[in-house]
Ligand binder design. Structure first.
Ligand code: HOZ
Length: 427
């Protein structure tokens, strides 16, 4: 494959954008290949600026659950463009989207729209603190909740990928109330509550972790968090920016039947446009200004184009059939990869939750950051390079996930498995 135009475009980007990217994982810091610069996408396919065609398994890190440019979303966006694209004032679509969120997400009674997952999570923490009048919160090592100061401690995603130490720019004061527990380890959470019984405002958790690779919750882990929050009077926040409308139409909370107090959403809820949302029990949500005293705001919050895109996306998902399809494709992919691992006795394992999957280059089991970080990054690099050369786009980091969409076919999954067989046989 020729990558001349991509190379030149990225070189130009580096002149005016730090590192050439607007989000660090995209810089391919975990692998030895240069970033690919894309031109257009449709369905399961994406094309770079050299005209190379790939099957896309990043799916914009999750939002393109129906594949790229589904007709329903495109026509909703076009229709709104004719009517105006930023009002900085209420619009009907934001109410319809909030109603839809409250209908689909089991624990949501009221919802506030923002423009990104980062905004949703940082606002959810502020809200939990304002509601409980407590300062501290618990997060998990290897979980990633966007890039606000207090939440970046021991984070997954790009922080883990690039091994960024200590997060320069974040003051000790900003993280003084951030307590770190171990994912899937209820004992580590209880120990923090017992050390600060009156001070913990909230637990924030990715109910299915997706930023240290895919790491599903152990049996009883989420219910255990619910119970601990009830025992110590803390708010439980599920960060469902990845899992929301992905793990099921009602997110991970519906799949595991554990209800948080606040849920953060992003990615799919915007249909590919920049939307975030936090939603929860009315009693808590009504602490937000102007109903209450906890301040949070945004000029582009509830943007009409983004709201129409999200609404069209959720309406399509509500028609049914998508989750059965993508989960079955995910299972087919998992089986294929496990077959290859067995065939070549590779020190690898696969973690999957529905349509989200990670091939880890460690024997596993991978249940937390400690076990995920044992992965062999050199092997991952070779796998990534081999798959890219064969026309498959996967996340350029061991600590991210592969996303199957409803636009993928069984044939495409089988061709991925055949390519992976070739690549992994040479490791
Ligand atoms: N935080 C995203 C991965 N978990 C990466 C976002 C991006 O680079 O687009």
């Amino acid at each position: 494959m020729e990558h001349v135009n991509s190379h030149n475009a990225f070189a130009e980007a580096k002149q005016c954008i730090p590192g050439g990217v607007n989000s660090p994982v995209r810089a391919f810091g975990n692998v030895s290949v240069e970033p690919i610069v894309y031109d257009h996408a449709k369905g399961s396919r994406i094309w770079d600026v050299d005209g190379n065609e790939y099957i896309d398994f990043i799916s914009s890190w999750g939002p393109m659950i129906l594949g790229h440019r589904p007709e329903a979303v495109e026509s909703a966006v076009r229709a709104q463009l004719e009517k105006g694209y930023s009002f900085g004032a209420p619009c009907v679509a934001e109410t319809k989207l909030a109603e839809t969120v409250c209908r689909l997400i089991p624990s949501a009674e009221k919802a506030r729209m923002v423009s990104s997952g980062t905004e949703a999570t940082m606002s959810a923490i502020r809200l939990a603190r304002g509601y409980t009048h407590r300062d501290k919160f618990i997060k998990f090592e290897g979980n990633y909740h966007g890039h606000s100061d207090a939440l970046l401690a021991a984070a997954g995603s790009g922080v883990a990928t690039l091994s960024i130490p200590g997060n320069p720019g974040i003051t000790p004061g900003a993280v003084a109330d951030t307590l770190i527990a171990r994912y899937n380890d209820l004992g580590s959470v209880r120990a923090l509550f017992e050390a600060y019984p009156e001070d913990v405002a909230a637990i924030i958790v990715e109910p299915i972790a997706g930023n240290m690779g895919c790491v599903p919750p152990a049996e009883g882990f989420l219910q255990g968090l619910r119970d601990l929050c009830d025992e110590f009077g803390a708010v439980l926040i599920f960060d469902e920016v990845i899992n929301g409308f992905r793990a099921s139409l009602g997110g991970a909370q519906q799949l595991y039947n554990v209800m948080p107090d606040i849920t953060t959403l992003g990615k799919i809820i915007g249909g590919g446009f920049p939307v975030g949302c936090f939603a929860g029990r009315a009693e808590i949500m009504d602490c937000l200004a102007p109903a209450g005293q906890v301040y949070q705001a945004g000029t582009l919050s509830g943007n009409p184009v983004a709201m129409e895109a999200g609404l069209a996306m959720l309406t399509e998902l509500e028609k049914g059939g998508v989750y059965e399809k993508i989960d079955a494709l995910g299972a087919r992919l998992e089986d294929g990869l496990n077959g290859i691992i067995a065939k070549y006795s590779l020190p690898c394992c696969v973690n999957r939750s529905g349509s989200v999957l990670t091939l880890f280059f460690t024997e596993g089991p991978v249940t937390d950051w400690d076990s995920a970080s044992k992965s062999n990054i050199q092997m991952f690099d070779k796998y990534f390079e081999g798959m890219t050369e064969r026309g498959f786009i996967i996340a350029p980091s061991q600590y991210e996930c592969l996303f199957v969409s409803a636009a993928h076919t069984e044939e495409e999954i089988d061709s991925f498995i055949a390519a992976a067989d070739e690549v992994l046989s040479q490791l």
